[in-house]
Design a protein around this ligand. Structure first.
Ligand code: UGA
Length: 426
């Protein structure tokens, strides 16, 4: 099929590349000319495991092209994906500027039947509005169908999440487009959840909100467990065995960050308040998450009162492993807070070279801990988990490791003469 994907961010690039890899002819439209040129050469502006290889082979196979010419891409396509960003306004609401711009530019171009699929996470009712706006702008109703098809891919595992989703959520006003979508996604073997446009939008928000609540739940239990000398990893294991609860997203630590959970929870809270529903649980989840950096600073102060005068190395800057994304990164927030406290901070991350004021960033993991008094692990990259602790002990001046992600086995540290401080791990 001929497909146009508008927006070359995480979702747009993964969607374009995977569809092209499975035989569709995809034009990915991006406004930034430099980004288009870069992508045409097969260079990715983001770090996403496996994506660049698939991108290059799709370009070489002639199935994937990048352009800033929206009209050309739209005219030749039956399927139009909207995958532009919906960032957060300062009051927490979703900013639909890019989305609205696309609609304005798109509407005069729809002169034959198109299926317009929204991938972007948009507030409840946005796709209904999109349908109405297109009609208001004079696009005949027979010329289009709007579909809400939210994406559930995670940064770091984007390709496999798109290829093997646990479900495909399709929001529609009528069933006309469904068969075409099934053909489009012929390579996906997953159940379809068909609902109305707003239902699909809600499934996306509800999914992210539930996961964020789950993380805040385990972080709250970690605080209580800590006070009672209970190991939170045992608690997570114990409750996770119950299939009604499940093991995923029960890792206590610095809390959630990234471009999705913080933004989507704030946006859902606003949408709820707009209808006079106070979302107590969503508010509590955000409050808990926002309190975690302070809690860790207090914990570090309690365990190591002299930390402000120490040489501190922080491992990790991205909001989670396997990505170079630092948006709403709890690791970066911790680094910033430590520098505000006047600490001497040194940072290493496998893919991010963070430019934080008053910190020194390193390209080599072991060089970053030379003569350090204290090592803090803020993101659970595999290479930190598998570090050679004998080398760490030899390079560091001190012997304390604070594991803010509970990702390291305490006994491997002890064996190497290092002192371990985890999250609720007595
Ligand atoms: C999230 C969702 O998981 C995806 O399904 C969704 O498509 C995406 O948002 C989106 O809306 O686009 P992502 O933000 O890439 O994906 O990252 P996650 O893997 O969900 O992690 C989010 C944050 O939660 C990270 O900061 C991570 O460190 C933290 N986390 C995760 C925990 O603190 N504990 C856990 O047990 C799990």
């Amino acid at each position: 099929m001929d497909v146009c994907v508008i927006g070359a961010g995480y979702v747009g690039l993964t969607t374009s590349t995977v569809l092209a890899n499975y035989g569709h002819r995809v034009s990915c439209v991006e406004k930034q000319k430099e980004k288009v040129e870069m992508l045409k050469k097969g260079e990715l502006p983001i770090y996403e495991p496996g994506l660049e290889k698939m991108l290059v082979s799709s370009i070489e196979a002639g199935n994937l092209d990048f352009t800033d010419d929206l009209a050309k891409a739209v005219r030749k396509s039956l399927i139009i994906f909207i995958a532009v960003g919906t960032p957060q306004n300062s009051d927490g609401t979703a900013n639909l500027r890019f989305f609205d711009e696309v609609i304005n530019e798109l509407s005069p171009l729809i002169d034959t039947y198109k299926i317009i699929i929204t991938k972007s996470t948009v507030p409840l009712g946005t796709n209904e509005d999109l349908h109405l706006k297109l009609i208001e702008k004079g696009v005949p109703q027979t010329n289009f169908d709007v579909v809400s098809n939210p994406e559930f891919l995670r940064e770091g595992t984007a390709i496999s999440d798109m290829l093997h989703p646990d479900k495909v959520v399709i929001g529609v006003r009528n069933h006309t487009a469904i068969q075409t979508l099934q053909k489009l996604y012929h390579f996906i073997d997953a159940p379809y959840i068909i609902t109305n446009l707003t239902g699909a939008e809600m499934i996306k928000y509800a999914s992210n909100a539930f996961l964020a609540v789950k993380i805040s739940f385990i972080n709250e239990l970690a605080k209580i467990s800590d006070a009672y000398n209970v190991d939170i990893t045992d608690v997570a294991l114990g409750i996770g065995m119950d299939p009604r609860i499940g093991h995923h997203f029960l890792q206590a630590g610095l809390g959630y960050g990234g471009s999705c959970f913080p933004k989507d929870l704030a946006a859902l809270e606003h949408q709820s308040m707009k209808k006079n529903v106070t979302p107590h649980l969503l508010q509590a989840a955000q409050m808990i998450n926002n309190s975690l950096i302070d809690d860790y600073l207090a914990k570090i102060e309690k365990e190591i009162p002299a930390y402000r005068n120490m040489k501190i190395t922080v491992w990790g800057a991205s909001f989670k492993p396997n990505t170079d994304d630092t948006r709403h990164s709890q690791a970066l927030k911790l680094i910033e807070r430590l520098t505000e406290e006047g600490c001497n901070i040194h940072v290493f991350d496998p893919v991010v070279f963070p430019k934080v004021k008053n910190t020194t960033a390193y390209k080599d993991m072991y060089e970053s801990i030379q003569q350090a008094d204290l090592l803090i692990v803020a993101t659970e990259w595999r290479q930190f988990i598998e570090a050679d602790w004998a080398i760490v002990k030899e390079k560091m001046k001190g012997n304390i490791l604070v594991d803010c992600r509970n990702c390291i086995q305490p006994y491997t540290l002890k064996r190497n003469g290092l002192k371990y401080i985890g999250v609720a791990r007595p």
